[in-house]
Design a protein around this ligand. Structure first.
Ligand SMILES: Nc1nc2c(c(=O)[nH]1)N[C@H]1C(S)=C(S)[C@@H](COP(=O)(O)OP(=O)(O)OC[C@H]3O[C@@H](n4cnc5c(=O)[nH]c(N)nc54)[C@H](O)[C@@H]3O)O[C@H]1N2
Ligand SMILES: Nc1nc2c(c(=O)[nH]1)N[C@H]1C(S)=C(S)[C@@H](COP(=O)(O)OP(=O)(O)OC[C@H]3O[C@@H](n4cnc5c(=O)[nH]c(N)nc54)[C@H](O)[C@@H]3O)O[C@H]1N2
Ligand code: SF4
Ligand SMILES: [Mo]
Length: 885
């Protein structure tokens, strides 16, 4: 019988912290239709490239479908029994601090709540930390120092209503695309709105700004100290707000007093006129929102950067008003929810701290436990050090991939390999972390899960299931509860549904809370199952009379009700050591973290298909790096091998590489391996954007590019694999050429049959090309050259879906480029419609289109998700500059 289409389900995107509403429909053919939810207040129907490709990531390829013990399929009973008994035994023998959980901002609030409750409330250790330590910890610490509580005061509307929007260390166009599009639309409506981007790298976000301050890495605190001084000097501070609602102004100003514009210019490397331009805009504009992200947080001075920014908003009273406030954008879909339940090792629960005896008493009473952890636990980097040196003997990792995403990642891998007992709950069976698990637990994935997430503006939305749980996969909260029960804590973990957990979480938030904590879900204390099911997106605090924005009239949850302004001492300007570079790492537009999901999507893999190293052309010349060659980067901690991408978007002396590539899709693209495990002294957040490294060119004897129907087991010194429509694309390079190319090719193509391999060899140029067919379909094509292969990637990828009826068409695949009349796309810009650079540049060059809108009209590019509109604008601007010059 044919399955019928399911009903359309309202849910939330599982990627970034914008938290867009999604309408998902399961169609008759088993595929899933994804649309933006027009009623969701985060996106009003928009979705970015990643959100709109969600349907391509929900297949079961590579999913972990059954529990495994030691690599062998096991029953849930066996697996849960083993996890519970090994944790209990380890605790009995070595104490509660000998075990740990490492969890994730990609868990739902309900999953997170029970994991935190089990560790801190019943195991009695606070050794539970989360990947939010790598992400939001400096913002959390900065908020707590300033406001007394971890609160983002504003809402998304504030970004639209601001007259000056300052983006610090945020590539909003690529990392929070829908929010960025809302900002762009607002600027179109109100052309007076000004945008300043502060980022050492020239990003698409920076190019869309009125002013881009390409400051030296980690000089933000100096820049904002200078701003505070400037605001004071020119009388732009709000004395009334300062007097009524803050403390510490004099000290903060004192620490800023030496930061004249000249001093700031010295520290940041910026021209004085740019600094003055920024400072006077800030001083003269009442409605200012400062958005900040990982360029601020992921730093050894991250918490100070946060407070230097907040100081300027407090000093001007620009907080909690429409269009005004500091705004830390969250990365993960539930980074905020994790902070609400207290997932960080120094938090307890419901915005209460472990360090506070009264909080421990409140939570102990609520949980009916006399075992609540008494001191903060280990923060992520320390936690894995403790795994490495044997203090932690049993570890449970949920919904995160530390073998790739932590700094000093080779040590993390070794720690996982050596740890006596590692449990991993994941949705995929093969990751660099699951590889080291003694027990693997299959979790339900997005589309199957049921619960809540909280986005950057404190808005709680429902994730609802529209797909059945496959195989033996179970919800994360269920798995934790089953282990807790088997450890003897059945009474405290009675929940049979996410509603019951959410209700308990809401009750705890309101328990003995007389306004000492802003975080409250009091209205949901007794939420009925139907109401939870139907819950519309809603912003906390959920209490009578509470409003979305916070702190306009003070009301900070510090002891005296005042916000604290902090003296900030910027770090010394560090010159790189001789011959070393400063490695900045971050994200690309169409991939998500370690690519376990976006890596499945051909559409998302064609924007950028391999790990790369961005380096300034002058530095590249000095080191001897050619465009599209290979470079090795080394640090005392590890190394990586990346494709060279020469670009003046990075400053001299600095490099940029993406964080996404893993051992599954590359030979040596794991950038975490080279990152020095430096952390912020207050927040413990690693400095992932400033690793000292050296760079050396790697000259291979041969380079290859292949498209393949079947996933290959790549055998080469360098390789990078990406999903393509109908198969895979693969980059290769080797120090020594294979002895027999025919058999190498046969193995690469996974051919066991007798099919013939067509080949072409040009002895003079050293080029070799191979192709094999089964009937009218391509099995694989391989292009080899002594230099980086010039074959057209997108044309070649298209061969996988081409039907080859005539032998001469098959032969033409050996040409390595499109034939007459076929279009050469060039690098893909619009991933929704597969429109490449060449087609856009041609349309602009021949006058068919002059604006982003017109490019959309003639090529459709940029008209679906809109994530590429910034890049299209860049191509237009470039063409104009060329014409003018
Ligand atoms: N496409 C995509 N989007 C994502 C994600 C993803 O994986 N892919 N992940 C999500 C997550 S979890 C997060 S946390 C967010 C992160 O979102 P962002 O923070 O916007 O992204 P990043 O690329 O990590 O870093 C932002 C910028 O910081 C700059 N930077 C580096 N050092 C400094 C410095 O010293 N000062 C300043 N001012 N800037 C600096 C970098 O050059 C970079 O452009 O993105 C979320 N959205
Ligand atoms: N060099 C460098 N390193 C960085 C950063 C950087 O900018 N530079 N950024 C840091 C930041 S901000 C972040 S947030 C981290 C992110 O780093 P990670 O959290 O390590 O990355 P993900 O790939 O998101 O890992 C999520 C894992 O959970 C699995 N998963 C997905 N959904 C579920 C689920 O519902 N249940 C379970 N049990 N598993 C699930 C996925 O398959 C995947 O294996 O990386 C950090 N590391
Ligand atoms: S901006 Fe994109 S990735 Fe972020 S929540 Fe919205 S659709 Fe998902
Ligand atoms: Mo993050």
């Amino acid at each position: 019988m044919k399955e019928r289409s399911g009903a359309t389900v309202r849910t939330t995107c599982p990627y970034c912290g914008v938290g867009c509403g999604v309408l998902a429909t399961r169609l008759q053919d088993g595929t899933v239709r994804i649309e933006g939810d027009p009623d969701h207040p985060a996106n009003y129907g928009r979705l970015c490239s990643k959100g709109s490709a969600l349907g391509e990531t929900v297949d079961l390829e590579g999913r972990l479908l059954h529990p495994e013990i030691g690599g062998t399929r096991a029953s849930w009973d066996e697996a849960l029994e083993l996890v519970a008994s090994r944790f209990s035994e380890t605790i009995a023998e070595h104490g509660p601090d000998s075990v740990a959980f490492y969890v994730s901002g990609q868990l739902l609030t309900e999953d997170y709540y029970v994991a935190n409750k089990l560790m801190k409330g019943f195991i009695g250790s606070a050794n539970i930390d989360t990947n939010s330590r790598l992400c939001m910890a400096s913002s959390v610490a900065g908020h707590k120092r300033a406001f007394g509580e971890d609160i983002v005061p504003g809402t998304y509307e504030d970004l639209e209503e601001a007259d000056l929007l300052v983006l610090v260390g945020s590539n909003l166009a690529w990392c929070h695309p829908v929010l960025f599009q809302r900002v762009m639309a607002a600027r179109e409506r109100r052309p007076g709105m000004k945008i300043v981007v502060i980022d050492p790298r020239r990003t698409v976000t920076g190019e869309s700004a009125d002013l881009h301050l390409a400051l030296d890495g980690d000089s933000d605190a100096a820049l904002f100290n200078g701003l505070l001084r400037f605001l004071f000097e020119c009388g732009a501070i709000n004395r009334d707000y300062i007097a009524r609602h803050t403390s510490g102004f004099d000290d903060a100003l004192g620490s800023a007093s030496e930061w004249t514009v000249e001093a700031v210019a010295g520290a940041t490397g910026l021209p004085a006129r740019e600094i003055e331009d920024f400072y006077s805009s800030f001083a003269m504009t009442d409605r200012v929102v400062t958005v900040y992200s990982q360029g601020v947080n992921q730093s050894a001075s991250g918490t100070d950067k946060v407070n230097a920014i907040i100081n300027c908003h407090l000093a001007t009273g620009r907080i909690g008003r429409p269009g005004a406030g500091p705004f830390s954008v969250t990365g993960q879909p539930n980074a905020m929810g994790g902070r609400e339940v207290g997932g960080l090792a120094n938090q307890l629960a419901a915005h209460m701290d472990l360090g506070d005896p009264e909080a421990r008493a409140i939570v102990g009473e609520f949980w009916q436990s006399d075992r609540v952890a008494e001191r903060p636990g280990l923060k992520a980097v320390e936690l894995f050090d403790a795994v490495a040196d044997g203090r932690i003997k049993a570890l449970w990792v949920m919904a995160t991939n530390p073998a790739d995403s932590l700094p000093n990642a080779d040590l993390v891998e070794k720690a996982l390999a050596d740890c006596p007992f590692v449990v991993v709950s994941d949705v995929m069976s093969e990751t660099d972390t699951t590889r080291h698990a003694n027990v693997l637990l299959p979790a339900t994935a997005w589309g199957e899960k049921d619960g809540t997430v909280t986005n950057s503006e404190r808005r709680i939305s429902r994730q609802r299931p529209f797909l059945p749980a496959p195989g033996d996969a179970r919800h994360d909260w269920w798995i934790v509860n089953e282990v807790a029960r088997r450890m003897g804590f059945a009474e405290a973990f009675p929940h049979r549904s996410p509603t019951e957990i959410y209700r308990e979480h809401a009750r705890l938030s309101a328990f003995r809370n007389d306004g000492d904590r802003v975080f409250s879900l009091a209205e949901h204390r007794d939420i009925a199952a139907e109401d939870y099911e139907a819950m519309a997106p809603v912003q906390w605090p959920l209490e009578d009379g509470a409003t979305g924005r916070q702190f306009v009239n003070g009301g900070f949850t510090t002891a005296d009700g005042r916000a604290r302004m902090l003296p900030v001492r910027p770090p010394e300007r560090k010159m790189p050591l001789d011959g070393s570079f400063r490695l900045n790492t971050g994200r690309v537009r169409d991939h998500w973290h370690t690519m376990t999901r976006t890596g499945k999507s051909p559409r998302l893999s064609r924007h950028i298909a391999e790990p790369f190293l961005q380096i300034h052309p002058a530095d590249a010349d000095a080191v001897g790096l050619e465009e599209a060659g290979l470079a090795r980067i080394d640090s005392p901690f590890g190394s990586a091998l990346l494709r060279v991408f020469r670009s003046d978007r990075v400053a001299r002396g600095s490099l940029f590489a993406p964080m996404h590539w893993t051992g599954q899709l590359s030979s040596k693209g794991r950038i975490g391996a080279v990152i020095r495990p430096d952390t912020d002294p207050v927040s413990g957040q690693p400095a992932a954007k400033s690793a000292p490294v050296t760079v050396t060119p790697v000259r291979a004897a041969w380079y290859g590019f292949a498209v393949l129907r079947d996933r290959p087991a790549a055998d080469a010194d360098y390789w990078a694999l990406a999903a393509a429509e109908g198969g895979w694309r693969l980059e290769l390079a080797g120090e020594r050429a294979p002895e027999d190319w025919q058999s190498y090719t046969r193995a690469l193509f996974g051919m066991s049959g007798e099919q013939q391999i067509l080949s072409f060899v040009d002895a003079r140029s050293g080029q070799r090309r191979f192709a094999a067919f089964e009937g009218s379909r391509l099995i694989g094509a391989l292009f080899v050259a002594p230099e980086p292969v010039p074959a057209s990637r997108n044309w070649a990828a298209g061969l996988l879906t081409t039907v080859f009826e005539r032998p001469q068409d098959r032969l033409h695949t050996l040409a390595g480029r499109p034939g007459a009349g076929e279009v050469e796309e060039g690098a893909i810009v619009c991933s929704c419609f597969g429109v490449g650079f060449n087609r856009i540049a041609t349309a602009i060059g021949d006058g068919t289109a002059a604006t982003v809108e017109e490019v959309g009209e003639c090529l459709s590019a940029g008209t679906n998700c809109g994530s590429c509109r910034g890049e299209i604008q860049r191509i237009i601007d470039h063409a104009h500059r060329q014409k003018a010059g």
